[in-house]
Design a protein around this ligand. Sequence first.
Ligand code: HEM
Length: 397
Amino acid sequence: MPGFDPSDDAFVRDPHAVYSAARAAAKAPWSDTLDGWLFTRYADVEGILRDPALFSSDDSRASRPRVRRVENPAGRNLVSSDPPAHARLRRLLSQEFTPAAARRWQQRVETLTHELLDQRLVSGSLDVVADLAVPLVLRVAGELIGVPTARLGTLRSWSEAEIMAITPALDPALADQLRACSAQLHSYWGEAIAAARESAPTPSLLSRLAQGGMTRDEQLADEEIAAFLSLLLRAATHTTSNWIANSVHALLQHPDQLAQLAEAPALEPAAVEELLRYASPVQAVYRIVTEPCELHGASLRPGERVYAVIASANRDERQFEDPDELRLDRELGAQLGFGAGIHVCLGAFMARIELRVALGLLLERVPHPRCVIPLEHLAWRRTWAIRELERLPVRAG
Ligand code: HEM
């Protein structure tokens, strides 16, 4: 049985075998590689996410903190802050992420998806990752934030390096690279905020935040805006693109469900949630213990890191019947793919729209898709925190 080791091929290929064994064990496992305890049962994962007093999001409270991001010198990034600072940032920023605000993007996402399919579907096949999912979510995030299309590739590569920071055991060379990318991204935002302040207002988030238009009575500091935009670029792109690709992969693994969808391609809300439960792109988030406590047989001490393994909680047999089966018409209780509690995903409405549009139009334009190589030969990246396929080439069946 392989352990929780993101450098182990067997684990990268199928982490669910390890999650399942960990859920059944009497005591939660500790991982040296990940430098933390792994909590894999639904009740424990939800409990950790809903208790920010006992489980802090602030990594500087860890006995062995991770590489400090330049973008975040004051620890004031939304996702890494605790109450009460978190509540202030969330209140100021959440006005932009309502269901109504997300619905305004529907048409634009459809246009962008068609454009990509027109360009890339010339030979009758396409790579769902590189030709559709990645460019689509990057374009949407770029337009939402207000980044010129020409700069998006560079911005993505800087933020990609930052994703590596979530995966621990960084070697020193990678840590240096991460700091350099983080610094470049931070200085890009600094200049962009100053330029947006000098220019006529636009509907972009950058312009609205720089000009204080959306926060009415209270202005965010430039450093807080920069930290938020860096977070947004990571949070909006790597997650959603992998959700789209992982969902197509899950459907290819379940031809009966694919056939069911082919007859009625509009995804019902329950099917969208089921695809997130089954194909969660976010495998885990972590917290820092603040008080001594006991959980799943482990004695936790302040300063220790605990991972809430969302992807495992979503397959917990205590919570879901036949959890390893994808059933689009499943009557699902709450799944944890977007997290839970005060940090629950701010972009969930937006992500659902992107998935529905991308998947719906892909199935319409690539009917009865099949993967051009055997599914078991597909390669997964070693970024454990986010489950990411290298490529997913498909053609109409
Ligand atoms: C499938 C796509 C997505 C998934 C699976 C996902 C998942 C998550 C999860 C699990 C968290 C909680 C992190 C924690 O508790 O530490 C989170 C937070 C967040 N997400 Fe998403 N996300 C997705 C897409 C998006 C999009 C499209 C946006 C923005 C447009 C976004 C913006 C955010 C932000 C700003 C937070 C921090 C919220 C806070 O700390 O209060 N996410 N997301």
